[in-house]
Design a protein around this ligand. Structure first.
Ligand SMILES: [Fe+2]
Ligand SMILES: [Fe+2]
Length: 475
């Protein structure tokens, strides 16, 4: 079960050839997927041989094989973690019952919605990132971008497999619609707002993979608890791929910081204008990008109070992050949780039924996790002897969903007037000038071992290859 069959047209470890109808349906979807990849995948990459990892088994050790692959020939497929014997549902109203191998009729609509919403983010991010290859800071980074892109494509396969196998005709229609929506397109946009934003430059890309792919991690972790066993097994394998995406983001920002700090020490200045003239990204600009990506991403967890969240949990569709490690009753009736509200112009906390606050619970877990990496970035600054600290903004800053939607709050958590907001917004969020400056740095560097001036080389190459390895052959 853990070994993947690559002799089928669609690589898989789910014995696809034993279900002819399903195999045929997916083989019909496959050319449409490839067409989408050709249209919306990485710009101009069709002839490149890229040093990619491909899954060869789902064992934690050695699941990946590395080698140069022509990008459109990447073997996208269907990989599920092995089934856990006699797995039981471990939260919600069905706690203690056997996990479902099929979908109970009454939960079909909700599960379909959950799977489609997750699935929609995968091609969306590929679309958002499709022009970045044209301005890559190095071959190493270009390769990492493409690795992230092919794996997001595979995540789409993971969700489309579930739709085809368990949702019949409805599922097949959803599979088609997933290839038809387009990130940022007005008449047929992607489902979630953060996936309709542009990823116009590499600083945004690194922030996106650090913050927004981490939202992916938390959503997938919550779905990995699901009573619907095939969803749990699929998302568990997706998580192993997601870890690399967050690594790309964390190490990318870390290298930007490292380069900036070196320039600050060389020039003995913290003046953003002088640093910009030297072609590096000043730390306050990094802070504004961080503020933007953090706030847009925490909106993805949804409204702070949500009856859907309660239903998804109680019916066993979606658990909490690390559900199995928690020591409560895993039913949560009668328990409460604190959410933010605005009262008399001040932020206050309000206790609400925990079941309704599960979006907030997941958001808070996410925030704890994302602060970790910001701490590691600060270590780089500290090591350079520079008195500056990056911070994640207050949870209420720049929010666009739930009780905080439209409330103007500063990064340090003060409710401010419209006028104060307008006077400070360019200090708090990337301004047009910031974005134009960052855009001006984006040139294409593809000579092996060379790096754009605004970013330091990585400490190590990929898969123990040297940093100046030919990660991409352009042909
Ligand atoms: Fe993904
Ligand atoms: Fe990802």
């Amino acid at each position: 079960m853990s070994t993947i069959n690559y002799s089928d047209k669609i690589p898989n470890n789910v014995n696809l050839s034993e279900d002819r109808t399903l195999q045929r349906a997916l083989e019909q979807w496959q050319p449409n997927y490839l067409q989408w990849w050709g249209d919306m995948g990485p710009d101009g990459s069709q002839d490149f041989d890229v040093y990619l990892r491909t899954a060869v088994s789902v064992d934690p050790q050695g699941w990946a094989q590395f080698g140069h692959v022509k990008m459109p020939d990447y073997r996208w497929g269907i990989f599920l973690n092995p089934a856990e014997k006699d797995r039981k549902i471990h939260f919600g109203d069905h706690k203690g019952e056997d996990a479902w191998q099929d979908i109970p009729g009454e939960y079909r609509a909700n599960l379909r919605r959950i799977i489609v919403t997750q699935g929609d983010t995968e091609p969306a991010s590929v679309e958002q990132q499709r022009h970045l290859g044209l301005t890559c800071p190095s071959q190493y980074d270009l390769r990492n971008l493409f690795q992230v892109n092919v794996e997001e494509g595979r995540h789409l396969w993971a969700m489309v497999y579930l739709l085809h196998k368990y949702f019949g005709r409805d599922g097949r229609e959803e599979g088609e619609a997933l290839l038809e929506r387009r990130s940022g397109q007005e008449d047929n946009p992607r489902i979630l707002q953060a996936f309709n934003e542009e990823t116009p430059d590499w600083l945004s890309f690194f922030m996106f993979t650090y913050f927004t792919d981490r939202d992916g991690k938390f959503q997938l972790c919550a779905l990995a608890e699901s009573s619907f066993d095939p969803l749990a097994r699929t998302t568990k394998f997706m998580l192993t791929e997601e870890a690399h995406h967050m690594f790309v983001g964390e190490s990318g920002i870390s290298r930007v910081i490292s380069r900036t700090c070196a320039a600050m020490n060389e020039l003995k200045t913290d003046d953003p204008a002088k640093l910009r003239a030297a072609g590096v990204i000043d730390l306050p600009t990094l802070q504004r990008y961080l503020n933007f990506h953090f706030s847009v991403t925490i909106d993805l967890f949804g409204a702070d109070e949500s009856s859907n969240a309660a239903t998804f949990y109680s019916t066993g569709l979606k658990g909490r992050y690390e559900e199995g490690k928690r020591l409560d009753d895993h039913i949560l009736k009668g328990q409460t949780y604190k959410v933010l509200a605005v009262q008399n112009g001040q932020l206050t906390e309000r206790e609400v039924p925990m079941l309704n606050a599960l979006n907030e619970v997941l958001r808070d877990d996410y925030i704890k996790d994302s602060i970790g990496g910001v701490g590691r970035w600060n270590k780089v600054i500290e090591k350079a002897g520079i008195p500056f600290k990056l911070v994640t903004p207050h949870k209420a800053f720049h929010r666009n969903i739930g009780a905080l939607k439209g409330v103007k709050v500063s990064p340090d958590g003060q409710v401010v007037s419209e006028a104060e907001w307008a006077a400070n917004v360019d200090k708090w969020l990337p301004s047009g000038g910031d974005r134009a400056f960052v855009a001006s740095l984006m040139g294409r560097v593809v000579e092996p071992g060379k790096f754009a001036n605004w970013i330091a080389p990585p400490v190590m190459g990929i898969n123990r290859q040297p940093v100046d390895f030919d990660y991409v052959r352009f042909n």
